[in-house]
Design a protein around this ligand. Structure first.
Ligand code: FMN
Length: 199
């Protein structure tokens, strides 16, 4: 099974994006994937602000990312783009840090008016980092994500279904690339859509 790392780039302590990421990773874990959530806000702010990549925290983060077959790159829309926090982290990664990886962009926002942040802002930087295959991204409205106890997310049924479809496309792409014997995307959609309808 492919190893998947999700990077979330919200500075918020009550981040809906991070909660949606945990929700997505729970789905992937249930289908046998090894997953890790790398929340940029947990990295030392001084390292990020000073652009210090030669620190233990940044080495560990870069190493975690380097071991991934697939990456979920998640960010809220801030001022019509991805967050400055995410950019500070991405700027510290080695050249071609995403080479050989399949990447799923996951963006949350307050209005669908900024849906194109995925393709106009996030996708170019993923390509610049050498991502092999950036699959179609997923945009979730913040109103469709409710943080539960302990930061877990409950997604509106339609949002849950769309996210599940994106995860299926992502795991399909990973399987086609041969990053381990990936899950069958169709079965992921079916299984999780069924679970979602029971909410
Ligand atoms: C500083 C700031 C800027 C924002 N700018 C936008 C924006 O330009 N477009 C948009 O759709 N939502 C915008 N939002 C709303 C967030 O994208 C949305 O609430 C998101 O789900 C927050 O995710 P988070 O809880 O993980 O930080 C902004 C929110 C903040 C705090």
């Amino acid at each position: 099974m492919p190893t998947i790392v999700a990077v979330s780039g919200s500075p918020s302590t009550t981040s809906r994006t991070a909660a949606a990421v945990d929700h997505a990773l729970a789905v992937l874990t249930a289908h046998g994937h090894t997953t890790t959530h790398l929340a940029v806000r947990d990295l030392p702010p001084a390292d990020l602000l000073a652009g210090s990549r030669d620190t233990p925290a940044l080495w560990t983060a870069a190493d975690t990312l380097s071991r991934a077959d697939g990456v979920v790159m998640a960010t809220p829309v801030y001022k019509a783009s991805y967050t400055g926090l995410l950019k500070a982290f991405l700027d510290l990664l080695p050249e071609n840090a995403l080479a050989g990886k399949v990447v799923l962009p996951l963006v949350t926002g307050g209005t669908v008016g900024h849906l194109l942040t995925i393709d106009y802002a996030l996708r170019p930087v993923l390509t610049a980092l050498g991502a092999d295959h950036v699959v179609q991204g997923r945009f979730l409205l913040d109103a469709d994500i409710v943080r539960g106890e302990g930061g877990s997310a409950v997604l509106a049924p339609a949002a849950h279904k769309r996210l599940t479809e994106s995860l299926a496309g992502f795991t399909d792409a990973l399987a086609r690339r041969g990053g381990g014997s990936g899950d069958d995307g169709e079965s992921l959609v079916t299984a999780v859509a069924t679970a979602g309808s029971a909410r």
